[in-house]
Design a protein around this ligand. Structure first.
Ligand code: UDP
Length: 263
């Protein structure tokens, strides 16, 4: 697979073309941003961890029948993905109140929600990704009723699968953001909705089940200490850290904490 020109550069990832018009390469950067780009930093090793964690989560979801853009991981920072036209909405699922919900509605942080809460935000940095209703989505034709019906169903199923997956490793899935795209299915000759982008500690709130210690990007947002340690902890519990830690490029700040699996 030949890497072609840069098609798009976002805050945490870069997309490159390939010699197959249906496939692109997604490159994970070490850049961390928060509060709409007001806080920025490089977090060494973050891209490598997110690449691997996202691969693991999207592969697990695919095994449960969720269609995703993920094809295969190419190397420590890159994955081959299906080209998709991204729907300009961030789909947010909340199981426990945190972050912007607490600020917007005055709900206490940590309140367990009666049922998963689905929110839609317009993907627009200048407008600070405002919350929008389904009526906005249909009116401005960001997605059709049928697409949103299908996406809502997929999103709640993804939430169920991820809650179980994280519960098994002692982590509470507080909330997360996902994106979807429309991608051409060569075999069927139709466009289909696929889960796109990434799922990682950059896009989820993950709390240790017992201590409620934050293992996600809130460590960066709120200066709660070494961000990479939280991400490493998630990768370690998923059973994928040893493979990452073997690669020289990743210079984690506390190598002593890395445990290798016995062969
Ligand atoms: N999120 C994200 N990208 C965004 C906005 C939110 O990945 O541009 C994730 C965030 O990490 C959290 C969830 O979506 O897991 C809900 O975020 P929230 O609305 O509370 O926004 P925040 O206060 O984190 O910006």
């Amino acid at each position: 697979m030949n890497k072609g020109k840069k098609l798009y550069e976002g805050k945490a990832k870069i997309i490159y073309s390939t010699n197959d018009k249906y496939l692109v390469i997604q490159h994970f950067k070490d850049d961390a941003t928060a509060f709409n780009n007001l806080k920025k930093s490089k977090v060494e090793g973050k891209g490598v961890l997110n690449n691997r964690i996202s691969e693991y989560l999207l592969t697990s979801l695919a095994q449960s029948g969720i269609k995703t853009h993920f094809v295969k991981r190419l190397n420590m920072r890159e994955q081959l993905i299906r080209r998709a036209e991204i729907i300009p909405i961030e789909f947010i699922v909340r199981n426990v109140a945190s972050g912007s919900l607490t600020k917007r509605l005055g709900v206490a942080e940590g309140t367990v929600l009666n049922k998963p809460l689905l929110e839609y935000c317009l993907k627009n940095d200048e407008l600070q990704d405002p919350v929008v209703s389904k009526e906005h989505i249909f009116n401005f034709e960001w997605a059709t009723k049928e697409e949103i019906k299908q996406i809502d169903k997929m999103t709640l199923r993804i939430n169920d699968i991820l809650i179980g997956l994280f519960r098994g490793i002692g982590i509470k899935l507080i909330d997360f953001k996902i994106e979807y795209g429309k991608s051409w299915n060569k075999d069927k000759g139709v466009n289909e909705i696929v889960l796109a982008d990434e799922i990682s500690p950059d896009t989820c709130r993950l709390w240790d089940s017992k201590t409620e210690k934050k293992l996600d990007k809130d460590r960066f947002r709120k200066d709660l200490g070494n961000i990479i340690e939280g991400y490493q902890e998630v990768a370690r519990r998923l059973g994928i850290l040893p493979e990452i830690a073997n690669v020289k490029e990743v210079n984690f700040s506390k190598p002593r904490s890395i445990k290798f699996k016995k062969k």
